[in-house]
Design a protein around this ligand. Structure first.
Ligand SMILES: Cc1cc2nc3c(=O)[nH]c(=O)nc-3n(C[C@H](O)[C@H](O)[C@H](O)COP(=O)(O)OP(=O)(O)OC[C@H]3O[C@@H](n4cnc5c(N)ncnc54)[C@H](O)[C@@H]3O)c2cc1C
Length: 379
């Protein structure tokens, strides 16, 4: 698909994916972003733990994260060199050794820590109750609010249009173009980008296509006080079996069950039981005493079956493109995915820097879920 500066593009979804892509596309096309809610980033993008970790996710995600790092740095979006610590109980020694070996091969700065090192880094972990951990010193806190607001402002400054409170109800072919019917009227475009997060499969269905099997998964979080600990230099601390994590945030700690509960696309709410289980696990594994957690929330992390994002044109409907399945990595991969979306649409080509990192088009293409039995055809 080769497009020119007269191309009109509609982006469906005002989360980090839609916004960063809209900004990249506005360089050479005329872009309108449509968001159903009356504010941007109301869903997943307003509920994240805001971490950037180059060791997180599969090889595709890691390449996209690495390729986003410069843009996140240049935009001033990194707030703090937080670090990340994976730690285990006495029975987890082999798991920690394995993880350390694999992670160190990817990132030489990653180190295996002894039990005493772990306890020195995070004194709430008793050296007697851990076999040690793995430390990634260069994991960063992302200022996610700044990413959203600055990207929206830059997009508007370049002439991009953001329409809030408008639900995309139907997408259909009309001659050479696509027509998007919304609750406020209709829009015509050469290309429609599906950046609808948990609703990406719903948007496909509204375009008459079967979904790709994208699965929204709920994750629960809450805030608690560290009570007696100076947490300013603590890293994000995650159980090696991913049963919980906690992370300093504005003088308090964010705690999470690290849950992945299958959900319908919705405005996700936390279940009391998930908060209670997370509190219990954190208290069992550390000396932290949480008491009453504050401000629980939940958000949906939406995964494709192979846990890699889905980017590119859908061969079943010319002009309909995917930008979905960012899972738990949507901020850390955002700028590379935006560049990728723009390059695939404009030049039909993978950017060189992504190819150099080993990324292939096939690894992110929607085709990988077509004709595989994972894609449900509309009856
Ligand atoms: C608890 C939690 C912790 C996380 N931690 C991290 C982290 O540390 N690091 C990281 O990088 N990522 C993290 N993530 C993941 C990250 O938040 C997501 O991957 C990212 O926000 C997804 O962005 P998105 O734009 O695809 O989706 P969303 O932000 O959900 O945006 C999609 C938008 O599409 C809109 N939409 C849907 N249907 C329609 C329609 N019909 N018409 C118009 N608009 C529509 C929705 O209203 C929504 O605003 C976390 C997520 C959660 C929930």
């Amino acid at each position: 698909m080769h497009k020119t500066s007269s191309s009109r593009i509609i982006v469906v979804g005002g989360g980090v994916a839609g916004l960063t892509a809209a900004l990249a596309l506005q360089d050479w096309a005329s872009v309108t972003l449509i968001e159903r809610e009356t504010q941007l980033a109301y869903h997943a993008s307003g509920r994240s733990a805001a971490l950037f970790s180059e060791s997180y996710g599969n090889a595709v995600v890691r390449a996209l994260s690495l390729a986003s790092r410069d843009a996140l740095t240049a935009g001033g979006y990194f707030e703090h060199r937080r670090g990340a610590l994976h730690f285990g109980g006495p029975e987890d020694n082999a798991l920690i050794d394995d993880f350390a070996r694999n992670a160190h091969a990817l990132l030489p700065s990653i180190r295996r820590l002894s039990a005493a090192d772990v306890s020195r880094l995070v004194p709430a972990i008793d050296a007697e109750t851990t076999c040690g951990g793995v430390h990634e010193p260069d994991a960063m806190d992302i200022d996610t609010g700044k990413v959203v607001q600055s990207t929206a402002a830059a997009f508007r400054a370049k002439g991009g249009e953001i329409r809030l409170g408008e639900d995309v109800l139907r997408i259909e072919r009309q001659g050479e173009r696509l027509r998007a019917v919304t609750t406020a009227g209709e829009h015509h475009a050469d290309v429609v980008i599906n950046a609808a997060g948990a609703w990406a499969d719903v948007i496909a269905e509204r375009a008459g296509l079967a979904g790709l099997g994208l699965a929204p998964k709920r994750r629960t979080a809450f805030i608690f006080d560290a009570r007696g600990y100076d947490i300013r230099r603590w890293p994000l601390v995650v159980d090696i079996r991913e049963r919980f994590y906690f992370k300093p945030d504005a003088g308090r700690l964010i705690g999470s069950l690290a849950d992945e509960t299958q959900s319908l696309p919705c405005d996700a709410y936390p279940e009391d039981i998930d908060v209670a289980i997370a509190v219990d696990r954190i208290e069992q594994a550390t000396k932290l005493r949480i008491g009453r957690p504050h401000t629980p929330w939940a958000g949906l992390r939406t995964f494709a079956p192979d846990r890699s994002p889905v980017v590119g044109a859908d061969p079943r409907l010319p002009g309909f493109c995917w930008l979905a399945g960012q899972g738990g990595y949507g901020f850390q991969v955002s700028f590379a995915l935006a560049r990728l979306t723009s390059a695939l649409l404009r030049d039909d080509k993978l950017p060189d820097e992504l190819a150099a990192l080993g990324l292939t088009r096939t690894a992110v293409a929607p085709e990988r879920f077509l004709n595989s039995g994972q894609c449900r055809e509309n009856s």
